[in-house]
Design a protein around this ligand. Structure first.
Ligand SMILES: Nc1ncnc2c1ncn2[C@@H]1O[C@H](COP(=O)(O)OP(=O)(O)OP(=O)(O)O)[C@@H](O)[C@H]1O
Ligand SMILES: [Mg+2]
Length: 212
């Protein structure tokens, strides 16, 4: 059995890498065994899971692994169905390079702002470099903090479509529940009605990824 490995990376800080990693892992943990690999020396994913209060442990264990990632994944017992690697905001760091070598799918959260999309040539460069070492990796942009009330500006949709990396149709909206989940050390699935819309977004992302 092989583990389906998702790496969540972007050279930009604060775009939602850890938010997507933790909620995606919680959604995947409802489907099989899943662990989060915290490849970021800032340790945000580790801290997030540590806030969780017993008996409600975070549904996917978080492991800080920055070295020997591939052997760590193959040695995991029982074998994992899924792993989600939360990368630091530096695509040229050794831990990001290792993560991207081990990943089947690279997810790149992006904010729907002109400034972020102008910086996206860096994303295209990152993807080209990754592909040289890991030719079978697939990559998708995931729009985060979309305005829940307004459709995305048409210019933004057009700018996204011009990038060499395709964007998922499903997005994460800007919602207080994503912040609350982090503050409470849980995922949006565990917030009851407060987290319902966000959990639906994560489910839609997982379903879309499973069809691609
Ligand atoms: N969809 C969202 N709605 C509301 N707040 C969000 C959303 N996504 C992320 N945030 C908030 O934005 C901030 C940055 O998110 P996060 O820590 O996930 O980004 P990051 O890319 O992992 O940052 P870093 O580069 O520092 O690792 C956090 O306070 C988080 O709670
Ligand atoms: Mg982070």
């Amino acid at each position: 059995m092989t583990t389906l490995v998702y790496a969540v990376a972007n050279h930009k800080g604060g775009v939602g890498k850890t938010t997507l990693s933790m909620n995606l892992a919680a959604g995947l943990a409802r489907r099989g065994t899943c662990a989060v690999i915290d490849a970021d020396p800032q340790g945000s994913a580790t801290l997030w899971a540590r806030i969780a209060r017993a008996p409600q442990a975070f549904p996917a264990p978080v492991h800080a692994v920055t070295d020997h990632l591939a052997s760590w994944l193959s040695a995991a017992r029982p074998p994992l169905d899924y792993a989600v690697i939360d990368c630091p905001p530096a695509v040229d760091s050794p831990s990001t390079a290792l993560a991207l070598q081990s990943a089947d799918v690279l997810l790149i959260p992006v904010l729907p702002s002109p400034m972020d999309l102008w910086a996206s040539t860096r994303i295209e460069e990152m993807f080209q470099t990754v592909r040289q070492r890991n030719p079978s990796i697939r990559a998708y942009l995931v729009v985060n903090q979309a305005d829940p009330r307004n459709a995305m500006a048409r210019g933004m949709e057009a700018a996204l479509q011009e990038l060499a990396v395709p964007a998922l149709h499903n997005k994460m909206a800007r919602r207080a529940s994503y912040r609350s989940a982090a503050l409470e050390g849980v995922s949006v699935y565990d917030l009851g009605t407060r987290g319902r819309l966000a959990a639906c977004e994560i489910e839609a992302i997982i379903e879309e990824l499973s069809r691609l």
